[in-house]
Design a protein around this ligand. Sequence first.
Ligand SMILES: *Cc1c(COP(=O)(O)O)cnc(C)c1O
Length: 399
Amino acid sequence: MSFKPANSIQDLQYFGEFGGVNPSISDSSTYTFLSAKTMFDTFEGNADGCYLYSRHSSPSNLYLGEALAAMEHTETANVSASGMGAITPVIMQLCGSGDHIVSSRTIYGGTYAFLKNFTPKFNIETSFVDITKLELVEAQITENTKIIYCESVSNPLLEVADIKGLATLAKKYDLKLVVDNTFSPLSISPAVLGADVVIHSLTKFINGSSDTVGGVVCGSQNFINALRDVNSGASMLLGATMDSLRAASVLKNLRTLHIRMQQHSKNAMFLAEKFENDGLKTVYPGLKSHPSHGLFTSMMHPEYGYGGMLTIDVGSLDKANALMELMQHKNLGYLAVSLGFYKTLFSSPGSSTSSEIPEEEQKTMGLSDGLIRLSIGLDADIERSYFRMRQCMETLGVL
Ligand SMILES: *Cc1c(COP(=O)(O)O)cnc(C)c1O
């Protein structure tokens, strides 16, 4: 693939108003005008370069949006106050009463809850399918379907979506393919593979410092304009706007994303291979044993690796809890949800981030009690971390 996402970010230059190497932060919610006419034109969206009110747009949010659009190779992007603040307006913008969505059944718990419990109130129904089986996806499409929704690498089971195959289906039936790429920034470029809309929770790898929530929708100029329309745009009217100060700090963290992703991937690959060799049930897209290893490999920018997320299954919830507590006690990481931090984070999805999914459905998806999801950190010496983790496992009889 000739498109290089990290170069695209780096090539964008923004200067501060005094020649600063970072753009100035516009710390204002509202903007003055010299003429009333310009104010009217700005409200109508007809005065380029003018700002009116910071829920509509602000310089810092536009800078961050443009950098993320460059990363995802889309025309433009709109940042939001959280990942859910990006996902929910996209769905509400594309669907109305009577419409239907085909979604992967293994998605972020909040997204699942939104589609399962919230959108039915608006008469929007969702069929959840095994996204790795294109024939099952196609079988669920009806004349009311508007969206195919998936995650490039799914939370928490790390299933990999065949984005090209799904894009072909979306084209055939005139649907929008919406892909949440939170788990695989830089590694996978869904828009290049045919996705119409690419979403991130910036909270995770992209910001990478677990100090804020944030989100982005990357897409065509037409679609982003529609989301931002003052009269009918779901992002504008639902109002999950990111604060300018945060947009500026996320943009600074984005500058090092390529280096961090390389280290997350390198460390995760090392641990996954070791854990698998030790006889632990390990799921990591970089392992040859992963059912979609070949698919991921065919879609990826190889320099960023297979990402920082892996899961292990230690047999029971009690064992999982004991292991996570001991690893935290030994300072190997934190028992915490979320991902993409410099420190390894671990949680047991069934009882935390995926607890919105009913137990029965967790079972059919293969979400077992003993599953631990790890977001591997930036450890300088991953071999040392591995030996210490192994000691914890031996102590508890997991190995
Ligand atoms: C965390 C997460 C979200 C939600 O993002 P927030 O920033 O918490 O609103 C959506 N999708 C995935 C894959 C996530 O991991």
